[in-house]
Write a protein of this length. Structure first.
Length: 595
């Protein structure tokens, strides 16, 4: 006989919900600290014992709870944060489901103590207790969670070591502290303070706080930015590409104050860094995105880590363009000539020629290093190269006349250009720098003339899903802009009739599938642009000045001026730095001057 449908006991319902919300002690801390933030707390203390398994105590100075509201707070689906569908569609609070406290209480021994500012004293309650008890407590709330998972031993077995569990808690609290610089945080483990972050209300104090939470090295290499457009606002700190990471452990992105891990956001950020990072390296950032709550759905996942943007393509484009421009504007301070070097004439036509000048810009005065030059000019010299010395000392120029990278004074071993500026010594990797200059010039030329398309002698038929075929048909304009002509043959077949000229030898079917995949997930695709940039990067590498090429002083100075004018000139297209500064203070330390 089949089992009859029956209602689940309340405790079992809460434990099932706890399985979604409470993965480990860090999950408990996240939910409770977010409740404290929603309560308007300006100070939050987190105390942990034995990795959070024995005890978790969160104390805040928020507005507290009325005595009659405390039993409701411990019951399922009770909240003060939403009351209608309209509220749910424009959520601005961290929590809103009313599940956290009862879920946590179902797998631990929980005690809640709270005092609202108009109450004479605090009240204390435990789930299942019939009456509240009076207690001594300042205005605010303390929630103590003891013996986590004591009644679900199978869950407890999946927990890691005490050290590992506390590291997860520490990471969560640090990320929440980054989200709310106006709130003071402290965290202790087994009676020892792990960190303390004071409230910060201006940029300088915020940067000091970020240094304490993320590390001094991050803020020393970070670029601060603010940008607003189309009802979207983004601001924060993004590290220079030279401060990249081997793993994505320093990526903090917040949407309306909520820390998120979102595929669309990650993709947009990765695209912005595409030209300036080594393969396999990850950018570091602390970035805040603000938009109308109606435009973002946070009710997607029980842990609230994921969000869904109602205008995903617009958000993706805004994030990408903002960060792309921030990185593009990283140049030596007080650059004298805005804009990168550019070509004169039609690049696509020039590429058909056996010889073209990589530096045909009227802005440039020195380097004439064309691809058609003989290989002997690029090969390492077998003779010792004497350094080129500047004929005019920099002391003859006033400080306000000295450009950011100064003036060349020598060339070292045919690899580095040495220059003197007002701060000290500048060392330039001449090949890496010229490679970036050439690469950016290629891209500008291609953007100006568009992507040249080349018809395929034999069109390529590709079997796809009906949804992908619909996308190919609907996004024909995007394909045209990318130099890719795609027509629909049947419900699940498309045909590629032309491709970008530079990619005529590429795997066309794979390229098409990747583009369709991106369009389905992100609403746009940069696959073709990435492939084109790889080709241009290779051409730029081969067309740039080689090691052991002896340069004149005029050529070295021309290279310095081009670096100052070129976007993203701090790194070559492979992510390596192109120049570095050694200040007089740093040089004096090397020789113990002044000691």
């Amino acid at each position: 006989m089949p089992n009859r449908i029956h209602a689940l006991p309340s405790l079992l319902v809460n434990q099932i919900a706890a399985g979604e919300v409470v993965e480990r002690p860090a999950s408990v801390v996240k939910e409770l600290v977010e409740n404290s933030l929603d309560a308007g707390a300006s100070k939050i203390d987190v105390e942990v014992m034995q990795g959070g398994v024995k005890t978790l105590r969160i104390t805040d100075n928020g507005h507290g709870l009325y005595a009659e509201d405390i039993p409701l707070a411990l019951s399922r689906h009770a909240t003060s944060k939403v009351g209608s569908l309209e509220d749910l569609e424009r959520i601005q609070s961290m929590g809103f489901r009313g599940e956290a406290l009862p879920s946590i209480a179902s797998v631990s021994r929980l005690m809640l103590t709270s005092r609202e500012q108009t109450e004479e004293h605090a009240w204390q309650a435990m789930p299942g207790a019939e009456e509240l008890k009076p207690a001594a407590h300042p205005v605010g709330t303390t929630i103590e969670v003891n013996d986590l998972f004591y009644n679900t031993p199978a869950r407890r077995k999946f927990l890691k070591t005490e050290k590992t569990e506390f590291s997860h808690i520490e990471q969560v609290v640090r990320r929440l502290a980054l989200a709310r610089p106006d709130v003071a945080f402290s965290l202790s483990h087994n009676g020892r303070q792990s960190f303390k972050a004071l409230a910060a209300n201006d940029r300088a104090s915020q940067e000091r706080r970020i240094s304490g939470l993320v590390g001094d090295a991050f803020i020393e290499n970070a670029l601060h930015f603010e940008h607003e457009a189309a009802g979207l606002k983004m601001y924060g700190w993004v590290a220079k590409p030279t401060f990249s990471r081997s793993q994505a452990d320093m990526q903090h992105f917040y949407v309306n104050g909520r820390m998120v891990r979102d595929k669309l956001v990650t993709h947009a950020v990765r695209q912005a860094f595409a030209d300036v990072l080594y393969h396999g390296r990850h950018p570091a950032y602390v970035v805040f995105l603000e938009l109308n709550p109606v435009l973002v759905d946070v009710n997607v996942h029980p842990t609230k880590h994921e969000v869904r943007f109602r205008e995903g393509r617009m958000v993706h484009d805004f994030i990408f363009r903002t960060l792309h421009q921030v990185l593009a504007d990283v140049r030596p301070e007080a650059a004298t000539a805005p804009g990168a070097t550019s070509f004169v004439g039609n690049l696509s036509a020039d590429m058909q020629s056996p010889s073209y000048n990589l530096n045909a810009s009227p802005q440039q005065s020195g380097l004439q290093l064309g691809v058609a030059e003989s290989l002997a000019r690029y090969e390492a010299s077998s003779q010792w190269q004497q350094p080129n010395m500047a004929s005019t000392p920099m002391s003859e120029h006033a400080d306000d006349e000295v450009p950011p990278l100064g003036f060349a004074i020598a060339q070292l071993h045919g690899v580095y250009v040495l220059a003197q500026n007002t701060d000290g010594l500048v060392l330039v990797d001449m090949h890496a720098a010229h490679e970036r200059i050439t690469y950016e010039a290629f891209k500008l030329a291609m953007d100006g003339d568009g992507i040249t398309s080349q018809p395929l002698l034999v069109p390529i038929s590709v079997s796809v899903s009906s949804r992908e075929a619909d996308l190919a048909e609907q996004q024909g304009e995007i394909f045209d802009q990318l130099g890719l002509q795609v027509d629909r043959l049947s419900d699940a077949n498309v045909v590629v009739r032309s491709v970008p000229a530079l990619l005529r030898n590429a795997d066309v079917e794979r390229l098409l599938r990747d583009v369709l995949s991106d369009l389905a997930m992100y609403g746009e695709s940069s696959r073709i642009r990435e492939s084109l940039n790889e080709v241009l990067g290779t051409m730029a590498c081969h067309g740039s000045v080689r090691a052991n090429r002896r340069l004149t002083i005029d050529e070295m100075n021309a290279l310095l001026r081009d670096i100052e004018r070129t976007e993203r000139a701090g790194q070559c297209n492979h992510g390596r730095p192109t120049w570095t500064q050694l200040s007089m203070t740093e040089l004096d330390k090397l020789f113990l001057r002044g000691r």
